[in-house]
Write a protein that binds this ligand. Structure first.
Ligand SMILES: Cc1ncc(COP(=O)(O)O)c(C=O)c1O
Length: 407
C-alpha cells in the first residue's frame, strides 16, 4: 500500500547554499594522506568538527565517512586487536560488532535490558574475562544506556567504554550528552539518522591520544607514523575514512538543526504516547526521569495475549493500512552466519580461534534470552514521529492501531 505520510525530509535552503559554496570553491576535499598541513582535512571538515566538539562539549570531534568507519577507528584508537575481547550489545546494527572483528578482536555479546533495549550491566559483568579490553554500549533507538553501572564495571576491571551513539545524538544521561560519557563516542550521519549528510560519522573524545590515533586510522596513519618516529603513536594501520567537504558543509548545517528536529520528534512522541498509553498489551518507550531520549525510533513491546493479536498479524495489518510498523528490529547479532560459523576472513577462523586467542565466546541460540524474545515475539517499532510529520499523522496511526486491535 502507498505510503500515506510525507517522506522524512530535513534538507533545506541552508544545506543547499552551503553545498553550492563548496562547489564554487572547487575544493571538494582537503585531505592528503601524509603528515603536514593537509593531514586533518579541509576548511569545511575543520569547521564541522569544531562545531560538533562545541555542541557536545568535548575536546575532539573527528569526522569520518560513516559511523561504521568511526567505530572501527575507535577500536584502533584504543589499541584493541587480536587476542582481545570487547563486550557489545547483540541488538544493534551489525557495524557495532563488525568494527571489533575488523581490527582482529572478538565481540562477546551481553544480553539487553528489556526496558531500555541497551546492554544490561548484570549480563555485561558476567561476560568479563581476562581478555576483555572494552565495553561497547549502543544507545539504541535514541535512548541512553545505564552508564552508572557500566562505568562502575569499567572502573573495576580497567576497561574502556566505547559508545555507539549512531542513533542518539542529543540524548542525555543525567544531564550529559550520550556519546561523551565513555572514552569514545560515535555518531552516524547516514541518511536515515536524526541528522544527516547522506553518509558520515563523527567520533567524540576528550583524550588527545585517542583523537590522534583516530585521525591516523582515518587517513593512512602508517605513513604519518613513519614520518614522525619521535611521536609515541603505537602500531597503526590507517585507511581512507575521510569525509568530503560537501558532506562536512551539510553536516555543519544539520547540526544546527539537531535541537529543532529532536524537539519536533519528541513533541509527536509525547502526543503518541498519550494516545496509546491506555492500550492493554502495549508497553511504550521507557526513559528514566533524569534522562533524555531522542526517539530515533518509537519502540513498543507487544503482549500478544493481552492485545488479542499476534505480533506478526499486528505488523501485517498495520502495514496493510499503510502504517510504517516493523517487527523485531534486527536478528541478535551472534546468530548471524559469520558468528555461527566463526568465519570472517575467507576460510580461516581468525579472529575467533587460533594461537593468538584463548577465549571461546558463546554465540549459541539461547545465550541472550531477552534479546531473542524481543526479536522473535515482542518488539515493534515505527518512525512515524519523524519530521515533517504532524499530529494529524499520529492520529491516523492511532486510529489504525485501534482498528487492528479491535478497540
Ligand atoms: C547503532 C548503529 N551503529 C552503527 C551504524 C552504522 O552507521 P553508518 O551507516 O553511518 O555507518 C548504524 C546505522 O544504521 C546504527 O544504527
Amino acid at each position: 500500500m502507498k505510503n500515506k505520510f510525507p517522506e522524512i525530509y530535513n534538507i533545506g535552503k541552508k544545506e543547499i547554499s552551503a553545498v553550492n559554496k563548496v562547489l564554487k570553491s572547487g575544493s571538494l576535499s582537503g585531505f592528503v594522506g601524509a603528515k603536514g598541513a593537509q593531514f586533518l582535512g579541509g576548511t569545511y571538515v575543520k569547521k564541522a568538527e569544531a562545531a560538533f566538539s562545541k555542541k557536545f562539549k568535548v575536546k575532539h570531534a573527528v569526522s569520518f565517512n560513516s559511523a561504521t568507519t568511526a567505530l572501527h577507528a575507535a577500536v584502533v584508537a584504543l589499541g584493541i586487536g587480536p587476542g582481545d575481547e570487547v563486550i557489545v550489545s547483540p541488538y544493534t546494527m551489525c557495524a557495532s560488532a563488525t568494527a571489533i572483528v575488523m581490527n582482529g578482536a572478538v565481540p562477546v555479546f551481553a544480553d539487553i535490558d528489556e526496558k531500555t533495549f541497551c546492554i544490561d550491566p548484570v549480563s555485561v559483568r558476567k561476560c568479563v574475562t581476562k581478555r576483555t579490553k572494552a565495553i561497547m554500549t549502543v544507545n539504541i533507538f535514541g535512548g541512553p544506556s545505564d552508564f552508572d553501572e557500566l562505568l562502575k564495571i569499567a572502573k573495576e576491571f580497567d576497561l574502556k567504554i566505547i559508545e555507539d551513539n549512531a542513533q542518539s545524538p542529543g540524548a542525555k544521561y543525567k544531564g550529559k550528552y550520550t556519546g561523551t560519557i565513555g572514552d569514545i563516542g560515535v555518531l552516524s550521519l547516514n541518511f536515515h539518522k536524526v541528522i544527516q549528510s547522506g553518509e558520515g560519522g563523527v567520533l567524540l573524545t576528550n583524550n588527545d591520544k585517542y583523537a590522534l590515533r583516530a585521525q591516523l586510522a582515518r587517513n593512512h596513519g602508517e605513513v604519518y607514523a613513519d614520518q614522525s618516529p619521535e611521536e609515541d603513536i603505537g602500531p597503526i594501520i590507517g585507511s581512507n575514512y575521510r569525509m568530503t567537504e560537501i558532506e562536512a558543509a551539510i553536516a555543519y548545517e544539520q547540526l544546527r538543526k539537531l535541537d529543532f528536529l529532536n524537539k519536533k520528534r519528541t513533541e509527536l512522541v509525547e502526543y503518541l504516547t498519550k494516545k496509546l498509553k491506555d492500550i492493554d498489551g502495549l508497553t511504550l518507550p521507557y526513559v528514566a526521569k533524569e534522562n533524555k531520549h531522542v526517539y530515533y525510533l518509537y519502540s513498543m513491546k507487544v503482549d500478544e495475549g493481552k492485545l488479542g493479536i499476534s505480533r506478526a498479524d499486528f505488523v501485517k495489518d498495520m502495514t496493510a493500512l499503510g502504517m510504517p510498523v516493523y517487527g523485531g528490529y534486527v536478528k541478535p547479532l551472534y546468530l548471524l552466519k559469520m558468528f555461527q560459523e566463526k568465519k570472517a576472513f575467507n576460510n580461516t577462523n581468525f579472529p575467533f580461534e587460533g594461537p593468538h586467542y584463548s577465549g571461546n565466546p558463546d554465540y549459541s541460540k539461547g545465550s541472550c534470552p531477552v534479546v531473542e524474545r524481543m526479536y522473535e515475539k515482542e518488539l515493534v517499532f515505527t518512525n512515524i514521529c519523524q519530521y515533517p510529520r504532524t499530529k494529524k499523522h499520529i492520529d491516523m496511526f492511532v486510529s489504525a492501531v485501534k482498528k487492528v486491535c479491535k478497540i
